[in-house]
Design a protein around this ligand. Structure first.
Ligand SMILES: Cc1cc2nc3c(=O)[nH]c(=O)nc-3n(C[C@H](O)[C@H](O)[C@H](O)COP(=O)(O)OP(=O)(O)OC[C@H]3O[C@@H](n4cnc5c(N)ncnc54)[C@H](O)[C@@H]3O)c2cc1C
Length: 328
């Protein structure tokens, strides 16, 4: 039987490894140990420091395939796809995992189609069954059931949601191999990314404090109040899908099943009922505070602190109190 291989894509942004890469290594290591397989990280970038490549080993990789070329300065799906497909054809991994980031969601289907395999998108867990087969678990029917999916084609390919898998403890005594790969430039007539105008304004997935608003805000204006509270606490503003659909705030703020998964230390839900699709994106927050005028709203059931009242009375009081504590 050929040696079993598992690969993950280690994403980087501006040369710094994206945290999803360490989460994929955590789950990849667990599966590799169960299957007796080798775990590799594939990283494509421009001048990534060797110590950053070593981090991938410290977090679980046995091997790192490192591509170093200016063409990877920006996330260019065509060039990424071209080189990853070639690597898959040469190394024939059994399993290949991508992060379900915007980039991973765009790249993975292209790679899967090129190597004629299936893709299970947005997994929230992976397990190995008693026959050593991989079970890919993802929400289906709007999150009402969890589908357990087995794939016949190889490699088995999945995208994994950000912030749901645990990374391993860093172990700087782990040893592994870094393989410098030769980049092949794909001939392409599609537009190429040659730079970016500006940074995305918020990074809600990594925020430690999220102050989120829903339909209960009643208007776009309400988000100014939430922003004031978020700024005071050093947090960011989140939103339910209704608030986004109403056009009160941008999609990048949306928390939930079809938005972002967040795991902050503090999540303050203001005028949000707590629909399952919203809870899917924030239920793992450390402390949940719900401000909702309806005592029967489902959000109160998962809240650590429930404030039953009008957010337009409660939030200004919180702001006033915080300012008073700080002597402002
Ligand atoms: C396929 C699919 C994907 C979805 N994905 C998402 C997703 O990613 N994220 C998401 O959020 N939703 C998602 N939804 C929508 C979800 O089902 C709910 O419709 C949505 O979360 C409800 O938003 P809400 O809580 O803001 O509004 P509502 O359910 O209308 O709740 C508003 C709440 O505000 C309270 N309220 C009103 N006025 C005040 C006040 N002055 N002070 C305090 N409280 C007040 C009310 O008591 C009520 O509980 C999805 C739905 C589908 C079908």
């Amino acid at each position: 039987m050929p040696y079993r291989k598992i690969m993950i894509l280690a994403e980087q942004r501006g040369g710094k490894i994206h945290p999803i890469s360490f989460e994929l290594l955590g789950k990849g290591r667990e599966i590799a140990n169960k299957l007796g397989a080798e775990l590799s990280a594939v990283i494509l970038g421009n001048n990534i420091a060797r110590e950053d490549l070593m981090e991938l080993i410290y977090y679980g990789a046995d091997k790192v395939y490192s591509y170093n070329h200016p063409v990877f300065e920006y996330p260019d799906v065509i060039q990424y796809k071209h080189n990853i497909v070639k690597l898959i054809q040469e190394e024939r991994p059994e399993i290949f995992l991508f992060g379900a980031t915007n980039f991973g969601r765009s790249l993975a289907p292209r790679v899967a189609a090129s190597v004629k395999t299936g893709l299970t998108a947005d997994c929230i867990d992976l397990q190995v069954d008693e026959n050593e087969e991989l079970i890919q678990i993802r929400p289906a029917f709007v999150g009402n059931i969890l589908a357990h999916i087995k794939t016949k084609t190889r490699p088995i390919m999945s995208t994994i949601r950000y912030n749901v898998m645990k990374k391993n403890e860093r172990n700087s005594t782990r040893e592994g191999m870094i393989v410098e790969m030769k980049t092949e430039i794909a001939e392409t007539k599609t537009p190429r990314l040659i730079g970016k105008e500006g940074e995305k304004k918020i990074n809600i997935t990594d925020a430690k404090i999220v102050v989120a608003g829903g339909r209960g805000l009643g208007s776009q204006e309400g988000f100014k109040l939430l922003k004031e509270l978020a700024d005071l606490l050093g947090g960011v503003v989140g939103a339910s899908r209704v608030a986004v659909d109403e056009g009160w705030i941008g999609k990048e703020h949306q928390v939930g099943f079809s938005g972002n998964t967040v795991k902050p230390r503090l999540y303050i839900a203001c005028g949000i009922s707590g629909a399952p699709q919203h809870l899917a994106g924030m239920k793992d927050s450390e402390i949940i505070v719900a401000i909702n005028s309806d005592p029967s709203a489902p959000i109160h059931r998962i809240a650590d602190y429930s404030i039953i009242g009008d957010l337009y009375q409660v939030v200004p009081l919180m702001i006033k109190e915080i300012k008073a504590i700080r002597g402002e």
